[in-house]
Design a protein. Structure first.
Length: 160
């Protein structure tokens, strides 16, 4: 094996260790869902009690408000944690992952919010944007590519 091929093989091997792959990111997302499940259900129930829809139009209004509120909560949770000194949501931190810019720096709240909104592309591509995490060399999903971010492994794990 030539020196260039050896260097490329070592770089690819270190890249596999450096970036957060598909399954560990799925695990982090599941932890985040569990963290937000109870508060979001309680908030949704409170909203349902306050609006108390009795007609189809009121039910649609409730569902619309509930959806916007859920999106806003996830946006603030995700962008807030990703732009914090942890650079990770609770799920990512628990599994030793963090979000960085392409240069390896912490991202701003606006950058993190844009990254979260870019996840809509993953839904519009029927999940292919998420599957790309498992297929790309630097483990980037479509939203990571659009936002110019990486999810990398770190030794810095909880406690929360």
């Amino acid at each position: 094996m030539s020196e260039a091929q050896n260097h490329q093989a070592l770089t690819q091997e270190s890249d596999k260790k450096l970036y957060g792959g598909f399954w560990i990111r799925v695990g982090a997302a599941l932890i985040d869902m569990l963290v937000l499940l109870i508060p979001m259900l309680l908030l949704s129930y409170l909203l349902l009690v306050l609006i108390a829809p009795t007609t189809h139009e009121e039910e649609l209004f409730y569902q619309g408000i509930d959806s916007v509120l859920a999106f806003a909560i996830w946006l603030v949770y995700t962008a807030g944690f990703h732009s914090s000194t942890w650079q990770a949501t609770l799920g990512k931190r628990a599994l030793g992952l963090k979000v960085t810019s392409l240069e390896g720096n912490r991202i701003s709240f606006g950058h993190a919010a844009g990254r979260y909104v870019a996840e809509i592309l993953n839904v519009l591509t029927l999940g292919i944007g998420y599957i790309m995490v498992g297929l790309t060399s630097r483990k980037q999903g479509l939203h990571d590519m659009v936002a110019g971010t990486y999810v990398v492994r770190t030794d810095d794990r909880g406690p929360f």
